[in-house]
Design a binder for this molecule. Structure first.
Ligand code: TYD
Length: 208
């Protein structure tokens, strides 16, 4: 984590991607990988706080939703900074890119909120810090829809697909402009895991 005024000790790795990319499976594989290397690993996720997660589900305006995610994140980053100071490898299922992709871009918040304002509140919620590695797992939206199953009604599926296309585009654009690693989420989970390890090694994170 790039944090001013403290020595960098741990490593903070975030996995991102649209629903259905298999992030949680990959986090578990990464955890085992680091444990084999005798590292201290913490696995976490956003949204994290159960009460806030319930409030997020009940929120009825997009700005309220965004602020709940940001509130959840600010407490989360406090914990992450603590783990980092203890020299741990922190693996997180999602973080701030989800707010940009789901709320700002796909959720159309950009209609009301200038980008500069979003940038400020985003940075504020994470104390101006950045993860050490951001990995976007990429699968086509059609594949995500297939993985998410057939349980919902046709109209809901259509809306979900339209939404996920926007989320997907947001991740693709952000990864390009911010030079994040994008790995394909297609194939077996072991293949995807290999790709993630290669991407992390290319980042030459000291701990790896
Ligand atoms: P979750 O049940 O954890 O799903 P997943 O396993 O796909 O991560 O729900 C997280 C949902 O919350 C997911 O659809 C993305 C969304 N989300 C946002 O919309 N904004 C955010 O800032 C975060 C962290 C998550």
């Amino acid at each position: 984590m790039n944090k001013h005024n403290s020595q960098k000790q741990g490593v903070y790795i975030v996995l991102e991607g649209i629903d259905g990319t298999g992030k949680s499976t990959q986090i578990e594989l990464l955890k085992k990988h680091f444990q084999r290397l005798k590292k201290k690993v913490v696995v976490t996720r956003e949204p994290n706080n159960l009460k806030l997660r319930k409030m997020i589900m009940a929120a009825d305006c997009p700005v309220e939703t965004l602020f709940l995610f940001l509130a959840d994140r600010s407490a989360q980053y406090q914990r992450v900074m603590q783990w980092m100071s203890e020299g741990k490898i922190v693996l997180s299922d999602r973080s701030y890119p989800s707010s940009w992709a789901y709320q700002y871009e796909a959720g159309n918040l950009k209609k009301y909120l200038p980008k500069k304002v979003m940038e400020r509140i985003d940075l504020m919620s994470r104390y101006g810090t950045n993860p050490d590695a951001m990995i976007v797992i990429d699968i086509p939206v059609k594949e995500a829809m297939r993985r998410l199953g057939n349980r919902t009604k046709e109209q809901e599926r259509f809306e979900k697909e339209v939404f996920l296309k926007k989320v997907h585009k947001a991740y693709t654009d952000m990864a390009k402009s911010k030079k994040w690693d994008v790995v394909s989420g297609m194939g077996t989970s072991e293949q995807v895991h290999e790709r993630i390890i290669i991407a992390l090694q290319k980042r030459t994170l000291a701990v790896l």
